[in-house]
Design a protein around this ligand. Structure first.
Ligand SMILES: [Zn+2]
Length: 283
């Protein structure tokens, strides 16, 4: 199989392309500080893949999340492999930046907003000049709050969000459920971050969901109580995770993740009193 083939998915008439970023490398106990794994695997390292998605929709492409760019690589403990830029990856898929009509952001962490903008001629500019970027109001508010600023939120806002506002390219979403366009709904599942949301695609034959950081590994599907160190409100994150797992299983949705290993897409299935992950290829 060609290395690109596993990153092109076809599902019930919908074609997806998975865009990758350098993976995030962390000691396991830093990712899950409250986990018992700390006792058993004190030195264990974990490597978290980082994916964003391009979906073909009415002759255009919709991008879900925007990965890690240079700003993120400087701020996150990433593996510095030879990962091409999003634009080079799009070219490999035979796509061009002007094919993109919308960028929908599940949340505004460094590994999800990177290619919103490009650093050119000494300033950050929108990477996709003609598109509308969708993001939650609660995410923007948090970046600019005292707490958010202390975590580097003002840098994310200045470099990756403000240039989009200056060019009038942002649609801010405030409601818990918002129809973006026919068949595409943005739904708030807060906890990982204050405005964290997922994106539902409904086609005549299928339900597809882009779930952002509802979980970072399959172990959070079987053990929903495990919140990552990146979850800002662990109680709310757990509640959102359980609600999402229940809904995704009930809807039979194909779930496209940001941080699960290849193929990074699969199904949430009921398992005993809880849930399990069934990757797409074995579905
Ligand atoms: Zn993430």
């Amino acid at each position: 199989m060609d290395v690109l083939d596993e990153r092109i998915l076809d599902y019930d008439g919908v074609r997806f392309f998975r865009l990758i970023s350098p993976s995030i490398k962390l000691p396991l106990d830093k990712l899950y500080p409250r986990s018992i794994n700390k006792e058993f695997f004190p030195d264990a390292q974990t490597e978290i893949p980082v994916s964003a998605w391009l979906v073909e929709y009415e002759d255009k492409l919709i991008m879900i999340d925007a990965g890690i760019n240079r700003q993120g690589e400087d701020q996150l403990p990433v593996s510095h492999g030879a990962v091409p830029t999003f634009f080079d990856q799009m070219e490999l898929f035979g796509k061009k930046p002007e094919d993109v009509s919308k960028v929908i952001l599940t949340h505004l962490h460094l590994d999800h907003e990177g290619w919103n903008t490009l650093f050119e001629d000494g300033e950050w500019k929108p990477a996709f000049p003609e598109v509308t970027y969708y993001m939650a109001r609660a995410e923007i508010s948090y970046l600019l709050s005292e707490k958010g600023k202390a975590e580097g939120g003002d840098r994310i806002f200045t470099n990756s969000v403000l240039p989009l506002f200056l060019d009038n390219q942002v649609t801010v979403i405030s409601a818990p459920r918002t129809k973006i366009t026919k068949g595409i709904e943005y739904q708030s599942y807060p906890g990982h971050s204050p405005g964290h949301s997922v994106v539902w695609f409904s086609t005549p034959n299928a339900e597809i969901c882009f779930c952002g950081d509802i979980f970072h590994s399959a172990r959070q599907i079987t053990q929903p109580a495990l919140s990552s160190s990146f979850c800002r409100n662990t109680v709310q994150a757990l509640s959102s995770r359980k609600t999402f797992l229940k809904n995704a299983a009930a809807r039979g949705a194909l779930v496209c993740t940001a941080h699960l290993s290849s193929p990074s897409a699969g199904f949430i299935v009921n398992s005993g009193a809880g849930w399990a992950w069934k990757p797409l290829q074995s579905a």
